[in-house]
Design a protein around this ligand. Structure first.
Ligand code: UD1
Length: 341
């Protein structure tokens, strides 16, 4: 795949920036676009430090179709698009549903439309396990029927998948929908990790921010669920494992192995951990005692979900290389590095 050009939307964000590193390492050329409302351009500097490559960057709001079109005009040789750009805070989406529908869906429609018009061969969509809703049992495979989404954020992912299924029908463009479980951790170099502008709400950054003292304490949202210790179960996947899945998805299409217009793959490591187990893993890796209290359940949370990723292993050749201890070690190293800055 040497030299093929890939447009990464949301490329200064957490998963986008780690994926850019993997793309460059695999010999792709990359163009990055982001509106930088929840990330900043410093991740491009980290990408340069790690890979030695300066990635062309457009600061554009993808809801603006005129500005978005300029990217494709400047780079008519884009072969693949990885579409990460989206708002992703579940709680905020409950408070501001219109913002989420407008932002996540308008941006997707513009980028998808331009990708199809410009003969882009591979369109990879950043979907989420949240599309499964409250599942009856785990692990979930890709044939698990989707339940009603628990939040407007989740609904934007369900609708996004449907928009792609309805639109990607011609022979030129093929699409892969990657349903991520819970991405966490940081680049092993210690030079890149999650650094959102808005205060993070996801479990792992909340843990590391509490440990470093940015927060006095943290809350475990509920210990009265029907799980082994009463807290919710999720499938935490290292961001570098997740990044690699995107490169394998591109190769799958570019090598002509995809036989249908749209394929779906779960990307999770298949190991369900409770919130309290994740906290214990952090304490073990860091040698610290975390200050936390148990609070009420968080609206919109599902009780338990973890993946069956057999399809990704069989078809894409994707296998996770990191476990929860690696996630905690790299996330903690990154938090300490940020503190030094
Ligand atoms: C959800 C989606 C996921 C999506 C992500 C985007 C589901 C099942 N998953 O992840 O696909 O990518 O939003 O943000 O819908 N927790 C605490 N205290 C905290 C923070 C979290 O106890 O301060 C708990 C939560 O209740 C949950 C677990 O930690 O049980 C993970 O939460 P979080 O990291 O926010 O991710 P999800 O909500 O699972």
């Amino acid at each position: 795949m040497q030299g093929k050009k890939i447009l990464v939307t949301g490329g200064t964000g957490y998963i986008g920036s780690h994926t850019i590193i993997e793309l460059i390492t695999q010999g792709y050329s990359v163009v990055c676009v982001d509106n930088c409302i929840n990330s900043d351009k410093s991740s491009l500097m980290s990408i340069h430090q790690i890979t030695g490559v300066s990635v062309p960057f457009f600061q554009v709001d993808l809801c603006d179709s005129y500005e978005t079109k300029k990217i494709f005009t400047a780079h008519p040789d884009i072969s693949g698009v990885i579409h990460f750009a989206a708002l992703k805070a579940v709680g905020e989406s409950v408070e501001k549903p219109i913002l989420y529908f407008r932002n996540n869906l308008d941006a997707l429609i513009n980028v998808l439309d331009l990708s199809i018009q410009n003969g882009v061969k591979a369109f990879i969509f950043s979907s989420s396990c949240t599309v499964y809703g409250e599942v009856l049992k785990s692990p979930v495979d890709e044939n698990t029927p989707l339940q009603a989404a628990e939040s407007p954020y989740g609904r934007t992912k369900q609708i996004g998948e449907q928009i792609i299924e309805d639109s990607v029908k011609n022979e030129m463009t093929q699409s892969i929908l990657l349903r991520y479980f819970n991405p966490a951790g940081a680049h092993p170099s210690g030079l890149l990790g999650e650094s959102p502008i808005n205060q993070p709400q996801n479990l792992v950054p909340v843990i590391t921010e509490t440990a470093i003292g940015k927060r006095d304490t943290m809350t475990v949202f509920g210990n009265d669920y029907e799980t082994k210790d009463g807290s919710c179960i999720r499938d935490y996947i290292h961001v570098c494992d997740l990044a690699r899945a995107h490169i394998l998805a591109l190769s799958y299409i570019f090598n002509g192995r995809q036989k249908v217009p749209v394929e779906i793959f779960n990307v999770g490591i298949g190991n369900g951990l409770t919130v309290l187990e994740v906290i214990k893993a952090f304490e073990k890796e860091s040698g610290l005692r975390l200050k936390y209290k148990v609070g009420p359940r968080r609206p919109g949370d599902v009780v338990a979900i973890y993946s069956d990723h057999a399809k990704a292993s069989k078809e894409l050749g994707w296998y996770p290389q990191y476990n929860v201890n690696d996630i905690m070690r790299t996330a903690w190293a990154w938090e300490q590095k940020r503190q030094q800055r």
